[in-house]
Design a protein around this ligand. Sequence first.
Ligand SMILES: Cc1ncc(COP(=O)(O)O)c(C=O)c1O
Length: 370
Amino acid sequence: MNVPFVDMARLHADTHDEMLAAFAPVLDSGAFVQGAEVEAFEREFAAVYGTPYALAVNSGTAALHLALQACGVGAGDEVITVANTFIATAEAITLAGATPVFADIVEGGFTIDPADVARRITPRTRAMIAVHLYGEVADMDRLAGMARDHDLKLIEDACQAHGAVYRGRLAGTIGDAGCLSFYPTKNLGTVGEGGMVLTANAATAGRVASLRNHGQAGRHVHIEPGYNYRMAELQAAALRVLLPHLEAWNAARIRVAAWYRDELGDSGLLLPATPGDGSHVHHLYVVRSAGRDALQCELARAGIGSAIHYPTPIHLQPAYAAAGEGPGSLPRTEHAVREILSLPMHPAMTHEEVCAVAAAIRAHAAAAAA
Ligand SMILES: Cc1ncc(COP(=O)(O)O)c(C=O)c1O
């Protein structure tokens, strides 16, 4: 049985007609950029998230860039984050004019280690970005405490954690600003690109609103140089159709993760945490294996999709080699990236598909042991 890594067509099958119906009035309106659909989407998103301000932009990268800049991060500042994330987290820091400082991850997990963050705080540290990687919320209580103690801004990269709940609060609403991506494969993904900045701070929201639209305070009044980070109306129309499905999709992902746990418990792989309480929404299902490369080859041979998120940590990427401290500086991160493997995971996945993935993994383990 072939098992695709993700299956966008299957995921969109239920909403296909509704989406086409939502596009028609946008096409007829002749207004295609940051108009009524974007405004309505922002309102609906803010209501779901219970946050005062939700500002739509055209990508998660733009959301992170604007959140940093609106929080006052700029040239000469250091921003502490992880190296095992999508490169956009670091790029946003660079775009804001600041320098990324990479901290290691917690033992046995994938999120930022607050103890290692503490060791890397200097007089130039201005902010931290907590990345809720794979859908698992970082240790926000400790990070928020450190932000208070050291007068730092705390920004959440919740691009992989739509709808994740941490101690009763939605990921993205806990720090000074939260950033989400609507890249197609995300837990809430559009049919193109999109992003969102969440904040409870009126001044931060105002600055994001201005910066995303060329630094305008009013029509043709530009108070600072800004960007074109506006969301397209068709994307907002699609996202308004998809948003009501987020909760059920996350529940389905959590169910798939539980199936994997049941099927792979004795596989010898190190499985991700499956708290089942909504604090992990399983954007990706990432296992660890010392024999990862051979396992991935075997899965490919069996027709099962897999991927590595991410094979090279950012401090070892050519673009950021100068920013980090080189090989050996982040031992847990560097160890993890040699072992991680993302198995197929999406809300439309069936129990049969999970069993097929598990059977291929067990067959590989048995062959290796023989
Ligand atoms: C952790 C993380 N941060 C930032 C981004 C950037 O989002 P986008 O691709 O929408 O710019 C992504 C998504 O790709 C991501 O996974």
